[in-house]
Each structure stands twice: as C-alpha cells, then as structure tokens.
Design a protein around this ligand. Structure first.
Ligand code: FPP
Length: 226
C-alpha cells in the first residue's frame, strides 16, 4: 500500500461538464459534488490522512455571476447537511480554509457549527475544504500573525501560522479540467509537491484515475533539493 499523508485536489471543470452533458453549468456543480464521496472513501481505504479539496477560490467568489454563486452556496450547504452522518460514521474531521468574511450568513453559520464540534476519536481522515480561499492572502496573514507574535520571519514560524500547520504539505496536488496552473492554491505548501494536471473534467474524475496518479507518484524519487 502507498503511504501518503496529504493529497490535495483542484476540482476544476464542473461548468464545462455541465454544459457538455446538460447545457447547464449548475448540473456540472451538482455532479461535481456527487463525485467527492468515492474519492474520500478511497483515501480512507488507503490510509491517506489528509485530503484538501479546492472548492471555491477567492477569485471565483469575486468574479463569478451572482446566480451561479448562489447555486454554489446552495449546493455547499446542502452537501454539509446531507453528509453529516457519513462524516460521523466514517470518522472524518471536516475543516475549512479560506476567508469567512463576505460569505452569506447561513454559510458562515454552518461552517462555524462544524468547526465547533468536538474532536473525533480514532480519526480516519482530515477533510479540508478550501472555500473562498486565496493562498496569497493565507501567506500574508501568516506573516502578519508571526510579526504580531514578535517572532522572527523564518520558514518554521511562517509555517506554524499557515492553515496547513496540522496536515503538512501535500505530497500530491491534482488539478482536473485541463489547465496547468495552481490558481492561488497552496502556493507555499506546494514547494515540493508533485503536480498532476489531468484533462478529465472533475465530475468524470474516477478513483481509477486517482489510482493511476498514485502509481506514477510511487515511481518518482523526491529529492527535496538533495
Ligand atoms: C470548478 O468548476 C468548481 C467551482 C468553481 C465551484 C464548485 C463548488 C461547489 C459545487 C460547491 C460545493 C462544494 C463542495 C466541496 C461540497 P468550474 O465552474 O470552474 O468549471 P469550468 O472550469 O468548467 O468553468
């Protein structure tokens, strides 16, 4: 079995998938949400401890049409409500990273109610959802916090104040949807990550495709500059 600590995924391509299959972007988001569960279950089966999913970037939040954003918020809230028992049963600890400010009240409320819940014992997976997230802002915040703690600006101290302090850097970052870029996702944490850009649109991304990526990953010698 492959020993992996952290996999991160940029789930891109919902809109195009929806247009292609239903002439409707929202349908793409709906099917994109459905596609998360098998990936989570695969991570649990393979003892991958941390899975970070890029669901909404700060730029998506600023630049997407209001109607589409409202649909995204609706699907996000529905997902969090619908999956509560699944998360409990599977011993999944759910957290969020990103900017809370500006999000609708109901979204902030459900996020903080999930953040407040007691720690899960015998945890199987830390699932982190990046929502209204910007890596550049995360880095700025970390610098500011480090300075406010009167600590030196060094790598160790900056990392202590990043959202990913507990999960560590991802070994693998996958982006579906055909674009070869990180789009303001985990820019600091990806310094030594293996990057996999796949053409498949997120709703069509399968566990089989994830397995193919992991198979490639184990053949790679990671030197970390050595
Ligand atoms: C990327 O596809 C998807 C998004 C920007 C939003 C996805 C978020 C949700 C559906 C909310 C629920 C999320 C979770 C994790 C439960 P795109 O629209 O950028 O696709 P395109 O590149 O084809 O336009």
């Amino acid at each position: 079995m492959i020993r992996l600590n952290h996999v991160a995924i940029i789930m891109d391509g919902n809109g195009r998938w929806g247009i292609k299959n239903f002439k409707n972007r929202t349908k793409g988001h709906e099917y994109g949400v459905k596609n998360i569960k098998p990936i989570i279950e695969f991570c649990i089966r393979n003892k991958i401890k941390n899975l970070t999913l890029y669901a909404l970037s700060k730029d998506n939040f600023i630049k997407r049409k209001k109607g589409e954003l409202n649909n995204i918020f609706y699907l996000f809230e529905k997902y969090l409500n619908d999956q509560k028992t699944f998360f409990e049963k599977k011993k999944i600890n759910l957290t969020f990273i990103g900017e809370k400010s500006g999000l609708p009240k109901n979204i902030k409320k459900i996020m903080s109610s999930i953040n407040k819940k007691p720690n899960v014992l015998n945890l199987n997976l830390n699932l982190c959802i990046a929502f209204n997230y910007s890596s550049k802002l995360e880095i700025i915040k970390s610098f500011k916090k480090t300075l406010s703690q009167n600590k030196a600006l060094n790598i160790k101290n900056i990392e202590q104040n990043l959202y990913t302090v507990k999960s560590n850097d991802p070994e693998i970052i996958i982006r579906t949807g055909g674009m070869n870029r990180l789009s303001d996702f985990l820019l600091w944490q990806s310094a030594y990550s293996e990057l996999y850009f796949v053409k498949t649109l997120w709703p069509s991304f399968t566990v089989r495709k994830l397995k193919d990526i992991l198979r490639k990953f184990i053949t790679i010698k990671r030197n970390f500059g050595a």
